[in-house]
Design a protein around this ligand. Structure first.
Ligand code: DAH
Length: 333
């Protein structure tokens, strides 16, 4: 006949079974820790059972005590085992979520390229840099002085008209040409100088196939002792041949306030003469305006429309295509 289990023995057996069942199905490490506190913590279930041991008969205590220890160790062992299992599962899950599938197709990122206006400007600039010219720039917002007055424009010159120039409310203006940089550069540098100035310009033009209110010019300026028109002509011939190959060029007399004598240059392109730039010998008044002695120094200058050159080079029919950012058009270059 078996001895009936004491009350405490039953409680310990139940506690052990409950704990083991709970541990078996616990899904997270946090909840596992809660279970440990619930069963083995200072105020946990096991402590409560042991608290009742004081009421036991002294002869019973060692047996129940040993049993309680055994239960505690069993639960601890289960907790430990479960902790390792959950930790391993957590690492597994992390590895799985961070795995990279190297066989997946990549993301296609189309590669852009330089805008035809930029590449034309860079190509033109590079030719002059190759001839020893330094790149210079200036502000797009200008004063009347740099854009007109110092360049020998008379006060009533038609270019100053509201119809041609975009004036700002404060009386300044958006530069109508890159020639303003001639003055700014000469004011702060002594001769000899050779500069090439690519830049954006503005005019109050009606927009059509060959005119835009915003356009780009490339200016060159050389000042030294003994420079002549022959130097100008030779320089421009080298430039045009580098740009267009072996082509016929011609100089036509013209007028600009800041050059004397002045000329316009045409190139023969696909059977007709095409004007590509204005040029001339720097007017002595311009040299005087920046404090250069025109008895010692002479200079030459030229200004080219970059759009015009790009249109010739790439056989474009409409200047507006250069500004509309239509990728179907731009991808051709
Ligand atoms: N600034 C002139 C224009 O916008 C172009 C030009 C002509 C520039 C003759 C020059 C020059 O430097 O010498 O039409």
């Amino acid at each position: 006949m078996t001895t009936p289990l004491s009350d405490l023995e039953t409680q310990l057996a139940t506690l052990k079974q409950d704990a083991q069942d709970a541990i078996a199905i616990i899904p997270t490490l946090d909840q596992l820790e809660q279970l440990r506190i619930q069963y083995l913590g200072k105020k946990g279930s096991l402590s409560q059972v042991l608290g009742a041991m004081g009421k036991l008969d002294a002869s019973e205590r060692p047996r129940i005590g040993a049993l309680a220890n055994e239960v505690k160790e069993l639960i601890q062992a289960d907790l430990e085992q479960k902790r390792s299992a959950l930790q391993a599962a957590q690492i597994e899950a992390q590895l799985a979520s961070e795995a990279i599938d190297v066989t997946m197709p990549g993301v296609y990122r189309p590669l852009g390229h330089t805008h035809p206006l930029t590449s034309t400007s860079e190509r033109m600039t590079d030719i002059f840099v190759g001839l020893g010219y330094t790149v210079a720039t200036g502000p797009e917002m200008e004063t009347d002085y740099y854009n007109f007055e110092a360049l020998n424009f008379l006060p009533d010159h038609p270019a100053r008209d509201m119809q041609d120039t975009l004036y700002l409310p404060d009386g300044n203006l958006l530069r109508t040409h890159t020639s303003s940089v001639q003055i700014r550069y000469m004011e702060t540098n002594d001769p000899p100088i050779r500069i090439v100035v690519p830049g954006r310009c503005y005019r109050r033009d009606t927009v059509d196939a060959t005119h835009s209110a915003v356009f780009h010019q490339l200016e060159i300026l050389a000042v030294d002792e003994g420079l002549t028109f022959t130097d100008l002509r030779g320089t421009l011939k080298i430039f045009l041949e580098a740009m267009f190959g072996d082509i016929a060029i011609r100089f036509r007399p013209s007028f600009f306030p800041f050059t004397e004598p002045s000329a316009e240059v045409d190139v023969q392109w696909r059977g007709r003469w095409l004007e590509v730039m204005g040029c001339g010998m720097v007017d002595p008044n311009v040299l005087k305006a920046v404090g250069y002695d025109p008895e010692i120094y002479t200079g030459f200058a030229a200004g080219l429309g970059i759009e015009r050159i790009a249109m010739v080079l790439h056989q474009m029919d409409d200047i507006r295509r250069l500004y509309t950012s239509d990728l179907r058009f731009l991808r051709q270059f």
